[in-house]
Design a protein around this ligand. Structure first.
Ligand code: NAP
Length: 630
């Protein structure tokens, strides 16, 4: 969310310490603030903010800050504070649940009933945070506007603070409560938690100086404020926990590798297990090689028998392939384009193995590989069009099942998922256009853009594809065989499209570029319309491109999946998760291609324009039938 004048925020515990600093920082951006606090000192903060906002243009000078006396543990006070905020500012963009207290007595030595001591700490630090979050969600949801909720955690919610176990426990609760709210992002509501170590505030003065020194000293208020502002601004952060220390600065917790430890456990339980008795390691197997460079896949390739060299090298695994994915770029690969085009250097590589991706099961492993035979895996190294493949184990991607839907999630799904996030910097509430939308990768782009809360326009050629796209949730489907894409975009999207996921190229590139909005981002995924033809792929010229981009502050971003290998496993897990929870559908082309001899037919089917969804080849139909019974 861009921090700009005219937004409004409510900050609990805004009268002093971090809360006060946050109120002032927001006010500096011209944001209207409700300071909600039990202490009358909140009035002074509101006064300071008034002074700050007096610098704004007169038309924006509504009451720029108000103070509402509020005990966050009192439901009536809370309801009144939010009501007042809405009455004055008409909406709520940011809610910072910051009020927090330490426990005045060691709870196990406390002879009271705890209502004024440790139970109050729980009520202020945890119960009230839940309550404020609940009210803020209700308001943001009803207004159908994006909103950000920041809960104030603490480093003591990430590791134990022995001096105050109740405080530590409440902050730990806030952390996991917030992280579990990540899915609200789909409604445009991002809830994040900030976990600073010790900040020089009244509360921290009660802590032993030696403890403060042992963590490198106090954090400055500025460091904490910057953390909160980052969590508000960064649209990719939802359910995020930002830990700030003097020693290492800002870092998100848990790290991806820590996260994988528990995600993998969930994953394992859903993962099919295969017995090894059916897997026969052969002396020879079939694979497809490129023997001559040609964009005509059939002419460039042939199926050959190859000898399996045993033993498997220590760091490698032998994968029995069950499904291989077919890609538009198979024809670019067979023409040598991936190795720099048709030149002497590329010719010297011949013959080379074809196919970009496959799923299967591990059939054998080298001595230093700690993966079990029978484990389902995917890979995206060259050589996917084969019955078996020997692959460095580090390139294997564990998957729950080696089936057609999972192979679709590889190149096609990952391209959509990573490109929209990285190259498209996709946010909520934008107009997103996807071309060749009913194809392998297009179908994922449509759904992911929709899941993120965008309006999706999808292009395709044919009624059957159009109905698939409607079933995937596209808001506007343009079947170019019936309607003119240029006219529709001009008429129905006069302000332009914010993000374009374009994979057709040629004239489609021009039409889409002309429909791009001011600040729009255009992701170049590919140019399928140019890959074939008599001379193969001839690069096109786009006259006036610089001028167009400059005139509208637009960005054209290229995307090539190979450059994002470090994100494959993370995004694959995400896609499978969405798929297995029913949020993502995977369309596999209904035409069956069985065995390696059918690969050239499958590649031609993809380029015929008649395919829809992901085109896959079942490399071993017998084995896939056995699997289906398991
Ligand atoms: P796909 O979308 O399944 O390709 C088939 C669809 O493309 C067809 O149904 C047709 O859709 C359209 N099409 C086919 N031939 C065409 C032609 N000559 N002119 C215009 N449209 C044609 O294939 P895919 O494998 O998923 O690849 C789609 C695009 O994404 C390709 O450009 C590919 O290179 C690119 N890609 C890029 C990356 C990367 O890392 N950058 C990764 C994967 C894919 P409609 O007629 O319905 O429009």
């Amino acid at each position: 969310m861009e921090l700009k004048a005219g937004l409004s925020a409510i900050v609990t515990g805004g009268a002093s310490g971090i809360g006060k600093a946050l109120c002032l920082a927001l006010a500096q951006k011209g944001i209207f603030v409700t300071v909600a606090d039990l202490s009358e000192k909140g009035k002074e903060v509101a006064f300071l903010i008034e002074k700050e906002n007096a610098k704004l243009p007169s038309e924006l000078q509504v009451p720029s800050a108000i103070f509402v006396k509020c005990d966050v543990t009192n439901a009536n006070d809370l309801a009144a504070a939010f009501k007042k905020h809405l009455e004055v500012y008409g909406g709520l963009d940011i809610c910072i649940n910051n009020a927090g207290i330490a426990t005045p007595l060691v709870f196990h030595k406390d002879t009271t009933d705890g209502s004024g001591t440790w139970k109050r700490t729980i009520n202020v630090n945890l119960t009230a945070v839940v309550d404020c979050t609940r009210i803020a969600i209700e308001i943001m949801r009803s207004r159908k506007m994006p909103g950000v909720i920041i809960n104030m955690g603490s480093a003591s919610g990430l590791y134990p603070m022995y001096a105050d176990p109740i405080y530590s426990g409440t902050k730990g609760g806030v952390v996991l409560f917030t992280r579990a709210l990540a899915p609200l992002k789909r409604e445009g509501i991002r809830v994040n938690v900030l976990c600073p170590e010790f900040v020089q505030s009244e509360m921290a003065m009660m802590i032993n100086r030696k403890v403060i020194d042992s963590v490198g000293g106090f954090l400055s208020m500025e460091e904490v404020v910057n953390g909160a502002l980052e969590l508000i601004k960064d649209e990719s952060k939802a359910g995020a926990c930002l830990w700030i220390t003097k020693r290492r600065g800002m870092e998100y917790w848990p790290s991806k590798s820590e996260e994988r430890k528990y995600l993998l456990n969930q994953y394992k339980s859903r993962r099919s297990q295969y017995t090894t008795s059916d897997i026969i390691v052969p002396d020879n197997f079939k694979k497809i090689i490129v023997h001559t460079l040609d964009h005509n896949f059939r002419s460039a390739t042939r199926v050959v028998q190859t000898h399996l060299k045993l033993p498997i090298k220590p760091e490698n695994a032998l994968v029995k392939i069950i499904f291989a994915g077919v890609n538009a770029s198979d024809v670019n690969f067979s023409s040598g384009r991936y190795f720099g085009g048709n030149n002497n250097e590329t010719t010297a590589r011949l013959p080379f193995d074809a196919g970009f991706e496959a799923v299967g099961i591990i059939a054998a492993v080298g001595d230093s590989v700690h993966r079990k035979v029978g484990t389902p895996v995917a890979f995206m190294t060259f050589g996917g069009y084969a019955e078996f493949s020997v692959i460095p184990a580090k390139h294997l991607l564990p998957v729950p099942r080696p089936d057609a839907e999972v192979v679709a999630m590889l190149t096609s799904g990952l391209t959509a998922s990573i490109a929209l996030e990285k190259a498209g910097q996709m946010e909520y509430g934008k107009a997103v256009l996807v071309t060749a939308a009913a194809g392998g990768t297009g179908q994922f782009a449509v759904q992911l853009a929709k899941l993120a809360g965008n309006k999706v326009v999808a292009t395709c050629g044919g009624a059957e594809k159009a109905s698939l796209l409607r079933s995937l949730g596209a808001d506007r489907v343009i079947d170019y065989k019936k309607e003119n894409i240029k006219d529709v975009l001009k008429k129905e999207y006069p302000k332009g499209i914010d993000i374009i996921y374009e994979s057709v190229g040629g004239e489609m590139f021009n039409i889409c570029l002309n429909a791009l909005a001011v600040y729009g981002r255009f992701i170049v995924i590919g140019m399928i319309s140019q890959y074939q033809g008599n001379n193969g792929w001839q690069p096109l010229k786009y006259p006036g491109l610089c001028e167009k981009l400059l005139a509208k502050s637009q960005t054209v971003a290229g995307f090539f999946l190979i450059h994002y290998a470090h994100l494959w496993q993370e995004h694959l897990d995400k896609l499978f998760d969405l798929y297995s929870t029913g949020k993502l559908k995977v369309a596999v082309d209904p035409k069956r291609f069985n065995g390696l001899d059918s690969v050239a037919d499958a590649v031609e089917h993809l380029h015929s324009g008649k395919s829809f969804g992901k085109v896959v080849v079942c490399v071993d139909p017998q084995f896939s039938k056995t699997m289906a019974k398991l």
